[in-house]
Design a protein. Structure first.
Length: 465
């Protein structure tokens, strides 16, 4: 469960390092197709222009200047956030909005927000034009919500005789760094009968295979897979829930929510200067996650390239989502020394075994052969690195009074065949100590297309060209 350091025990870069000189500098591998598209529009979040409607920001009462949050309304770029040296201050500014448009989708390398609402959808329609129309409406709504606006005519601005375009629970709330990240599951390309519902079967990326069954998996079909997904991250849980709720409302009759997951207490950070979060076992998690401002590591391990075999995915990434239940009560009765041996770090400081500080180089020889940090380390996995964006979750208790809690694991990578699959095969087979306390109960994989370039672009436009 830990994304570990890319440094070997002597402090030198290991094979998975972003500064590995052997890494290709083109960011490319295998090639595919390009795009444009269009579809009919109507319904959903389309604004009824005759009616004036106050948006969320208009109701915030932040004064004439609107705390500078109204300056870029038309572009959906309110108080634009940048990655890089300002990442720590950006992460602290929960009132700001993250730019929606760009080369890559926000919500991947973006500084990780505090809350999550993740939803997987089944597509109900078999009409290609209707699906394209929905994706355009979703994109327009997402651009507005991430900027701090309401959807369409808003929650109170339309005709009183009609349902409002926006559900209203985010009125008066700040943008909260909301990001909406969209993905496409294998079943959209080909259903379980082998049917090509939307004429895109041949465009499925080879880098997104079906995930195999791993030893120890106890997957619930009701919490797995999906034709589409949207990952909503924000610092205010109500803002994240509002976003998913309104996308589901816009898609009524064309899509339905297959499953969803609420998350809190991020378990990984893409901002190295930020405090490392803890998982529900009480250990710091994701100490050496790929940084959102490490362009070389992102290019090598996260972003798909034009020569990777699927041109329409260039600038995108591949997401694996796993719902991992933790046996909390059993863990809580385990001695501290055994907990630290299983993880491979001290529980307080988070230092690797044999070291004093959290970010000291990992000394693999000082760890037990079965320690999770050692087994998950790039040096023991042919240099594999993935970008983690996981969250803790609790869903009450089960029928025996045990916490239904754990880790909602989210990992982005350039190629699932070279990232999650070999890594999880290794951990499922050899991470025997930790596996006594966890169980994978939900699973999904998605292709996450490149970013929406401008107001004329939309999610997955290149796929449907």
């Amino acid at each position: 469960m830990t994304a570990e350091t890319e440094h070997s025990e002597d402090g030198k870069p290991g094979p998975g390092s972003g500064d590995d000189k052997a890494a290709p500098d083109s960011g490319e591998r295998p090639g595919g197709a390009a795009a444009s598209g269009g579809a009919a529009a109507s319904g959903g979040e389309e604004p009824r222009k005759a009616h004036h409607h106050p948006g969320r920001r208009a109701l915030l009462g932040w004064g004439g200047a609107g705390l500078a949050l109204g300056a870029a309304t038309a572009g959906g770029m309110t108080a634009a956030l940048e990655y890089g040296s300002d990442a720590e201050s950006v992460a602290a500014d929960s009132a700001a909005a993250v730019p929606f448009h760009g080369e890559h989708q926000a919500g991947i390398a973006t500084p990780v927000q505090d809350r999550l609402h993740f939803a997987a959808f089944d597509v109900l329609t078999d009409d290609r034009a209707a699906l394209m129309d929905l994706l355009q409406k979703w994109t327009r709504a997402a651009a507005r919500m991430t900027a701090g606006d309401t959807v369409g005519t808003g929650a109170v601005g339309g005709p009183a005789e009609a349902p409002p375009d926006d559900t209203g629970e985010a009125l008066g709330l700040k943008p909260s760094r909301l990001t909406l990240t969209f993905g496409i599951g294998p079943s959209l390309f080909e259903n379980d009968k082998g049917e090509d519902r939307f004429g895109i079967k041949k465009r499925r990326p080879a880098a997104m295979p079906d995930l195999p069954h791993f030893p120890g998996d106890a997957l619930d079909e009701k919490r797995s897979d999906g034709d589409l997904c949207v990952q909503a991250c924000a610092d205010d849980p109500q803002v994240a829930v509002h976003a998913i709720r309104n996308l589901a409302r816009i898609g009524f009759g064309k899509v339905s929510v297959r499953w969803s997951q609420l998350g809190f207490g991020k378990t990984s950070s893409t901002t190295p200067s930020a405090q490392t979060p803890r998982n529900l076992f009480g250990f710091k998690d994701g100490t050496r996650n790929i940084s959102g401002d490490d362009a070389a590591a992102l290019k090598r391990h996260v972003w798909a390239g034009k020569k990777d075999g699927t041109e329409w995915m260039a600038g995108g990434s591949y997401l694996v989502a796993r719902r991992i239940r933790m046996n909390i009560e059993i863990w809580d009765r385990t001695p501290l020394a055994e907990q630290e041996m299983i993880i491979g770090r001290s529980k307080g400081e988070g230092a690797p075994a044999g070291r004093r500080r959290e970010r000291d180089p990992v000394k693999l020889s000082a760890m037990a052969p079965v320690s999770h940090v050692r087994l998950a380390h790039p040096e023991t996995n042919d240099g594999i690195r993935i970008l983690r964006r996981g969250y803790n979750f609790t869903d009450g208790t089960d029928g025996l009074g045990r916490l239904e809690a754990g880790l909602f694991f989210l990992a982005y990578q350039r190629d699932v065949r070279e990232g999650f699959i070999p890594l999880q095969r290794h951990l499922a087979r050899d991470d025997t100590e930790l596996n006594e306390y966890i169980q994978h109960v939900g699973s999904a994989v998605f292709a996450v297309p490149p970013g929406v370039r401008d107001s004329g672009d939309w999610w997955a436009r290149q796929l449907f060209s």
